[in-house]
Design a binder for this molecule. Structure first.
Ligand code: GCU
Length: 471
């Protein structure tokens, strides 16, 4: 009996020691894998941004309580400092306000026209099981003062079952046209692409390896079924997205605009890459104006993240776009810079100096000195409908800052007699606000998913097709 008790005590002790050791081991492994993950992230950061110091990541604010007190530039005050009380006064101020965004943030888009030749290089009505016409069209731009040429490739899907001109979504893509669909007929870009070893892209040359990699962001069949065309091009065709991308970008055809940026010792044009992508979207619209099967007066710009920034800037400058969608566009897209939440002016201009005019970095940690903020960019869309969408866990892009900017643009829409009352409170996760300024907060991370597209299609149905379906 005694022996047994001693034996039981001993084995209990051994069990507890075992559990203790196991727990410590698990804890150490957890810490170790956490450390490994963090080290991997830092290594990736260093690879992607060799020109940026890792220290900028140290003081990122993701705490609402640490948002500084700020005052937005009044949306109804003109650039000349006068109050605006009518739609007409607002419209008279529009060019001055655009010039402010050009001067301080995105750079001046050149007005010089280039010679353009378009060529349909591939066409088939058999896309998506015969539902859609697929066309691949090259646009070749020629400089006027230099002999350079620059080529981009558009990919167009258009529903077969509608005879008249259809409305369209127009947006650039991140990884190449071949990544937004698994359609094997889509051509690979010949231009620089980002290495992506995880998805089989081992060099800066596009390959078949990552075909369809981004289908989740582009439910093209659903878009076609709802009666819209979808028009896209690879953003790197216009401007390869890296700090030395400028010489191979469309900027090279505007050689008079190039100046030297002393800090990074690379040539940066006075307009940045976001300007180039936005300009590119307008050139794609020029082509659609010649295509009778698409209604160029009902084209909505759409873009995710950095391309959401381009979507807003493009539609703000080009009144021909009927509406704009900004999906998780964040810092210097829809989010207010003055909140300094998530990605700040300092971070974005350190990591991506080539996106902006060189002057913009002077506002790092001095956001309150900016004479403008992003609510005024959204307001520049008025009275055209605009959609701002956030992801609830996309803290880097500051979902609340995106909502507050959308809401602060509302007084301008009211000048046009539009009802924006719903924008007084930020919706809950999974909820949407419909109206001339629409907004939703999708549950989840930085992405563009079918949930988002369902809302965008309803928005387009309401504003571009049939008012009676508006909710
Ligand atoms: C980075 C960048 C953002 C940008 C995003 C994207 O996170 O900091 O400003 O929006 O990339 O384009 O996915």
């Amino acid at each position: 009996m005694e022996i047994n008790e001693e034996y039981v005590m001993k084995s209990k002790k051994i069990t507890w020691i075992g559990i203790g050791l196991f727990t410590v081991l698990m804890y150490l492994m957890g810490v170790f894998s956490g450390v490994v993950d963090a080290a991997k992230e830092l290594w990736k950061f260093h690879q992607d941004f060799p020109h940026a110091s890792i220290s900028i990541l140290l003081d990122i604010n993701q705490n609402e309580e640490k948002v500084p007190a700020y005052e937005l530039p009044p949306v109804l005050r003109s650039v000349a400092g006068k109050p605006m009380t009518s739609a007409e006064q607002w419209q008279n101020n529009q060019q001055d306000l655009l010039a402010q965004f050009a001067k301080h943030i995105y750079g001046q888009t050149p007005s010089k026209q280039l010679l353009v030749t378009s060529r349909v290089i591939e066409s088939s009505k058999q896309a998506f099981n015969d539902k859609a016409l697929r066309q691949q069209v090259t646009l070749t731009f020629q400089g006027q003062s230099n002999s350079l040429e620059h080529k981009i490739t558009m990919l167009i899907y258009r529903p077969n079952n509608i005879s008249g001109p259809v409305p369209a979504f127009l947006g650039l893509n991140f990884r190449g046209n071949h990544t937004i669909t698994s359609d094997p007929a889509v051509l690979l870009t010949q231009n620089w692409v980002k290495k992506d070893v995880e998805h089989g892209v081992l060099s800066n040359q596009a390959t078949d390896a990552n075909r369809g990699q981004r289908v989740r962001r582009y439910p093209i069949e659903m878009i076609i079924d709802r009666g819209y065309a979808f028009v896209t091009a690879y953003y790197g065709d216009f401007y390869p997205d890296h700090i030395n991308g400028q010489p191979n970008s469309i900027h090279s055809l505007f050689s008079d605009d190039i100046s030297k940026d002393a800090t990074n010792d690379v040539n940066i044009a006075k307009w940045g890459a976001i300007g180039a992508w936005s300009w590119g979207m307008s050139r794609m619209l020029d082509y659609l104006e010649l295509d009778e099967s698409i209604d160029a007066s009902r084209v909505v710009t759409i873009g995710h993240s950095r391309l959401g920034k381009a979507s807003l800037w493009s539609a703000a400058q080009d009144q021909r776009f009927a509406a704009a969608i900004s999906n998780n566009s964040g810092s210097v897209g829809a989010a207010l810079s003055r909140r300094q939440f998530g990605e700040t002016v300092k971070i974005i201009t350190t990591m991506f100096p080539h996106w902006f005019t060189p002057e913009f970095k002077n506002y790092a940690e001095q956001e309150d000195k900016l004479p403008i903020d992003q609510h005024q960019l959204i307001a520049l869309l008025a009275p055209r409908p605009v959609y701002v969408a956030s992801g609830s866990k996309d803290h880097w892009a500051d979902p609340r800052g995106e909502f507050l900017a959308a809401s602060a643009a509302a007084p301008v829409y009211q000048l046009f007699g539009m009802d924006t009352d719903k924008l007084s409170t930020m919706p809950d996760v999974g909820e949407a606000i419909t109206g001339p300024i629409s907004y939703h907060l999708r549950d989840g991370k930085h992405d563009m998913l079918t949930f988002d597209w369902n809302h965008y299609l309803n928005f387009a149905d309401c504003h571009l097709v049939e008012k009676s379906v508006c909710q």
